[in-house]
Design a protein around this ligand. Structure first.
Ligand SMILES: C[S@@+](CC[C@H](N)C(=O)[O-])C[C@H]1O[C@@H](n2cnc3c(N)ncnc32)[C@H](O)[C@@H]1O
Length: 331
């Protein structure tokens, strides 16, 4: 199957990362390789791009894209790693650890899922197709299960979680206002028959929400599908774990760029950047600083960066993208 993904805000990402020949970068979310391959061309044979993805399909696609792209295959400067970016520190140590004194110039996260994953019917990410429920990005980090087995977590969650837990997930990770009714619909349906397909889930949501909601601009199943995907893949926890490692690994002047697609992950990035750009994080009422926290980054995007109207028309999936950038302080 062809791996199709159009990179989002590629020009802005390259502008902020500002790669030069001989630089080192980490792309934490390889996907279709849109960013990684563009950076690899610029850094050339003396530079390196370490590109990570939890999804073996993304890694395999990149292997063949690189092989069939002589300028890049000749550079021999991309390292592909099938792992979770929450293990960033260990991965970096494994692949860059013996290159003493390297300067890490930039790290990029382009969060969520790729167009190829959304379109792949074996993945169960889309509410537009009736497929088995899966929604796993990849295998668990300890390789204890295949992606298909990992996907069983989605079925397990829907068929076994308490109503309260389902409500919590759909509200917290989907910000879905009809969380109560949808969780109730899931509980009622699974008493009759286990929920095993995306089609079943869409039907449950459709019956649970008011008629008017079914005709709103955003598809009525969007928020619930997002919530379940986030919960199954531990997306917010992975991001919260990886950001401090990323800043720690960067060299002075190196940049971290994050592209987020919903407010939950963007909030994590915004709060993390804010905290790490401050010298003191004591409560405002504290008479004297007791935290001794020191700023490690400077925020470069005081205002969030969004795709242009032209990009949104050409690639509607880019419409919710929010890009934030920070630079590691020297010394
Ligand atoms: C939006 S796509 C990236 C697209 C890429 N920037 C491009 O231009 O082609 C996000 C990718 O991140 C991967 N991903 C999501 N969570 C991950 C995690 N915790 N660790 C590693 N990869 C992850 C997904 O499998 C997906 O391939």
């Amino acid at each position: 199957m062809e791996y199709a993904h159009t990179p989002v805000m590629l020009d802005q990402v390259l502008e902020y990362l500002n790669p030069h020949a001989g630089d080192y970068f980490i792309d934490c979310t390889l996907g279709g390789g849109g960013y990684a391959l563009a950076i690899a061309k610029i850094v050339g044979p003396k530079g390196k791009v370490l590109a990570i993805d939890l999804d073996e399909m993304a890694i395999n696609n990149a292997v063949s894209r690189i092989k069939n792209n002589p300028p890049i295959s000749n550079l021999n400067n991309i390292i592909l790693v099938n792992d979770n970016f929450k293990n960033l520190a260990v991965i970096c140590d494994k692949y860059f650890g013996d290159q003493k004194g390297i300067k890490l110039n930039g790290i990029i996260f382009d969060l969520g899922l790729s167009g190829a994953q959304l379109k792949d019917s074996s993945r169960g990410f889309s509410f537009q197709m009736d497929t088995p429920l899966n929604m796993a990005f990849g295998e668990p980090a300890d390789n204890s299960a295949s992606r298909i087995q990992a996907g069983k977590q989605t079925e397990h969650l829907l068929n076994n979680c308490s109503k309260h837990e389902l409500e919590r997930i759909i509200w917290k990770y989907g910000e879905e206002k009809f969380f109560h009714r949808i969780a109730g619909g899931i509980i009622n349906q699974r008493k009759i028959k286990p929920i095993t397909s995306t089609g079943q889930l869409v039907d449950i949501i459709k019956k649970a929400v008011p008629k008017k909601y079914q005709h709103s601009q955003i598809h009525f199943a969007t928020r619930t599908f997002q919530a379940i995907r986030i919960a199954v893949n531990d997306e917010l926890e992975n991001l919260a774990k990886a950001l401090p490692f990323a800043v720690n690994l960067l060299s002075g002047g190196g940049r971290i760029v994050v592209v987020a697609y919903h407010s939950l992950e963007d909030r994590i990035v915004k709060n993390f950047f804010r905290k790490e750009s401050k010298d003191c994080i004591c409560p405002p009422a504290a008479p004297l600083c007791q935290c001794h926290h020191q700023a490690s980054i400077k925020i470069l995007t005081k205002k969030i960066v969004r795709p242009s109207a032209r990009e949104v028309i050409a690639n509607p999936r880019s419409r919710s993208a929010k890009l934030r950038v920070a630079e590691k302080l020297t010394g």
